[in-house]
Design a protein around this ligand. Structure first.
Ligand code: AMP
Length: 433
């Protein structure tokens, strides 16, 4: 199969590498100078047997619909389903209708009612932009004045433009977080190995929210029953609620889960592979990703993804000033030496061609250094051994990615069911639709 991956970051690099194991050819549009197979032609000009759309923005903008209208096979929801990520207000409506547990919330366009609702909640306060904000539109704070100022800045359009003109205000939940990515064919779904990501910029989960500073998989706290609970209690009811609205959702449904004292609750849905979760989940996949995504795109999921018992850790190396104002154009040193560390693959995210054709920083998150090893601790050691061989002025990275997981009690899951079974209506009927 000839495959076209749409996107330009580390997630798309990881997709291209994983698909490239069995595909006849992988093209990435627009890709970047660090991704082999990057092409300048736009997706609608490319001839491929399967299109895999990486980022949320083109999904929300209806790229999958346009490609399908041209008779192409596409992995990724249409604009109707992508609204789950494009509007947090709408996502909450669907969750409520589907009976999926989530934080108590309200959505507002006017400061008066927004502030009264905010003040009626106990701390911590959570204020989100309704629209897309590259993972940076969420404030969680124990300072009421800060939350109030954030509501006003978002609603006025000052901080996030139109994305913030509606805000969702939520009760603050607490507990460990987990990302469960399900591959969906419109009716049924199959879970991939769970991952945990690190959204805050600095060690100890301090600093601003970012697009993600690292991730690891498998996750010791994610027992197989928990993944089942998320599939049965969140993913399948959401697919059913979407179907009732006439939406045929074929793509990744990524549930951001918090394990609260009252059970797992959905913090958010994303409509695509996580970045950087893809960089730890896909390298662990031993079975054929091309077949899995092509089946889901065709509405006939029946493959069972098989995961390696190896652990994966990815550490994001970011440019100076990320996330507020990343500095670009700095020459990246040490790439070859870093890639030579055993078990390490470096995915290129925000890179550009610098002077003399060498790679330079070209965005906020620059490189995703992923290592595979028999245990999380060894994978972490390998990833950091590679990271310390890399350098550019102002390069920043967290030093505590997956640290807690190295001391967590091992549990039966560590090798998360090496085989995941598709679930849902399709599964029960032999995927015969
Ligand atoms: P989201 O983009 O909605 O996943 O939010 C980004 C991050 O903000 C999450 O990964 C959580 O760490 C945090 N967060 C979001 N919603 C809540 C909530 N209701 N309570 C506590 N933390 C939250």
């Amino acid at each position: 199969m000839k495959i076209c991956v749409v996107g330009a970051g580390g997630r798309e690099h990881a997709l291209a590498v994983a698909l490239g194991r069995t595909a006849e050819q992988v093209m990435v549009t627009p890709g970047n100078p660090g991704i082999l197979g990057s092409v300048a032609a736009g997706p609608e000009e490319i001839d491929a047997d399967l299109f895999v759309i990486g980022p949320e923005t083109p999904l929300v903008d209806g790229l999958a619909d346009r490609l399908r209208a041209g008779g192409r096979l596409v992995f990724g929801p249409g604009a109707d389903g992508a609204r789950l990520e494009g509007s947090k207000r709408w996502m909450k409506e669907v969750l409520d209708e589907a009976g999926v547990p989530t934080a108590r919330h309200g959505a507002f366009t006017e400061a008066g009612p927004a502030l009264s609702f905010l003040r009626s909640l106990p701390p911590p306060w959570v204020v989100k932009t309704d629209g897309l904000a590259a993972g940076k539109g969420v404030l969680v704070t124990t300072d009421l004045a800060e939350a109030e100022a954030d509501v006003v800045a978002k609603l006025s359009g000052a901080s996030f433009g139109d994305a913030g003109r509606t805000v969702v205000i939520e009760e603050g939940l607490s507990g460990p977080e987990l990302s469960v990515l399900a591959v969906c064919d419109g009716v049924g779904a199959v879970a991939l190995a769970p991952a945990q990501d690190f959204k805050r910029q600095a060690d100890g989960d301090l600093g601003s929210n970012t697009g993600g500073m690292g991730a690891y998989s498998p996750v010791p706290i994610a027992a197989p029953e928990l993944v089942d609970t998320v599939l049965e209690g969140a993913v399948l009811p959401t697919l059913a609620a979407l179907r009732r609205r006439g939406i045929d959702y074929r793509g990744v449904l990524y549930a951001g889960i918090m394990l609260t004292a009252d059970g797992p609750k959905v913090l958010e849905f994303n409509v695509r592979f996580g970045d950087p979760e893809a960089q730890v989940v896909l390298p662990r996949l031993d079975s054929d990703l091309v077949a899995l995504l092509a089946e889901a795109a065709a509405g006939r999921l029946h493959s069972e993804p098989v995961f390696s018992p190896q652990a994966a850790v990815t550490v994001v190396c970011a440019s100076e000033g990320y996330p507020a104002s990343p500095r670009i154009g700095d020459r990246i040193e040490g790439l070859e030496a870093a890639a030579a560390v055993e078990g390490v693959t470096i995915y290129c995210a925000g890179v550009a061609k610098g002077a003399g054709g060498v790679l330079a920083t070209g965005g906020g998150r620059v490189l995703d250094v992923t290592a595979l090893a028999p245990t999380v601790a060894e994978a972490r050691d390998r990833a950091y051994a590679a990271v310390t061989r890399l350098s550019w002025p102002g390069m920043q990275y967290r030093t505590d990615i997956a640290l807690d997981a190295t001391t967590a009690a091992p549990n039966a899951l560590l090798a998360l069911g090496e085989r995941q079974k598709p679930r849902g209506a399709g599964a029960r009927t032999g995927w015969d639709r």
